[in-house]
Design a protein around this ligand. Structure first.
Ligand SMILES: Nc1ncnc2c1ncn2[C@@H]1O[C@H](/C=C/CNC(=O)c2cc([N+](=O)[O-])cc(O)c2O)[C@@H](O)[C@H]1O
Ligand SMILES: [Mg+2]
Length: 214
């Protein structure tokens, strides 16, 4: 039977990456998606910007919205300090199954908690169910029309600490215009655009980093 793109991405990891070596997992996915078939991973170019923001924030707790195959999940977690935790939300069970195997291949199960369900349902439960106090970093990479409602939900639930950082992928392509307008005009955020390119292409895209001022 025909395999799916996420299954083929997992295959590329299992064939080309070293078990327990997260950066080799990231490299294997980028090589596959650049040479064989495009996929919506944040990718290697924007990934370097992601790495620099993660290293600068040096977060203890990270929230990722939209796991997909786990590329950015592994990329972020590979840079976290020893006791830091990353919670990633994914509502498509078929993607979650793949992402769990990619995370396991990278040997990062202890740092990453993949929770299946929709962000709108799960965000209000994160405090009580997962003992989360507040996030130091949120990486938004799910449906683009959910960026703004979920940001407001995260604020309402008191899940973002003062000085906490929102980092949003695809603010140009496919684009998240309402989100961008909100974080750039709100006095409660200090926003900065990192110009780059859509993964594996020459099309313009970028990341928006927004510091929550409380
Ligand atoms: N509310 C929610 N709660 C939990 N999981 C959710 C969710 N909404 C979506 N998801 C999951 O997040 C991923 C969607 C990403 C959309 N990205 C994109 O559509 C995308 C498109 C392009 N592109 O078209 O060039 C490039 C990119 O970098 C992109 O991220 C999928 O795995 C989906 O199942
Ligand atoms: Mg993206």
């Amino acid at each position: 039977t025909q395999s799916t793109r996420p299954q083929r991405i997992l295959g590329a990891v299992q064939q080309n990456a070293t078990r327990g070596d997260p950066r080799s997992v990231v490299r294997a996915i980028d090589q596959y998606c650049r040479s064989q078939e495009w996929a919506m991973n944040v990718g290697d170019e924007k990934g370097c910007i992601l790495d620099s923001v993660v290293s600068e924030v040096n977060p203890s707790t990270v929230l990722e919205l939209g796991t997909y195959c786990g590329y950015s999940t592994v990329r972020i977690a590979s840079l976290l300090p020893p006791h830091a935790k990353l919670i990633t939300l994914e509502f498509n069970p078929k993607f979650a199954v793949i992402a769990r195997q990619v995370i396991a291949w990278a040997g990062l199960e202890d740092k990453i908690q993949l929770v299946e369900g929709s962000s709108g349902d799960l965000i209000p439960k994160l405090k009580e169910q997962f003992g989360v106090k507040a996030f130091d970093l949120v990486f938004l990479d799910h449906w683009k029309d959910r960026y703004l409602p979920d940001t407001k939900l995260i604020e309402e639930c008191g899940l973002l600490r003062k000085g906490g950082v929102l980092l949003a992928d695809n603010v140009i392509c496919p684009g998240a215009p309402e989100y961008l307008e909100f974080v750039r005009s709100s006095p409660r955020y200090e926003s900065q655009y990192f110009k780059s390119h859509l993964e594996y292409t020459k099309v313009e895209d970028g990341l928006e980093k927004s510091v929550f001022l409380g």
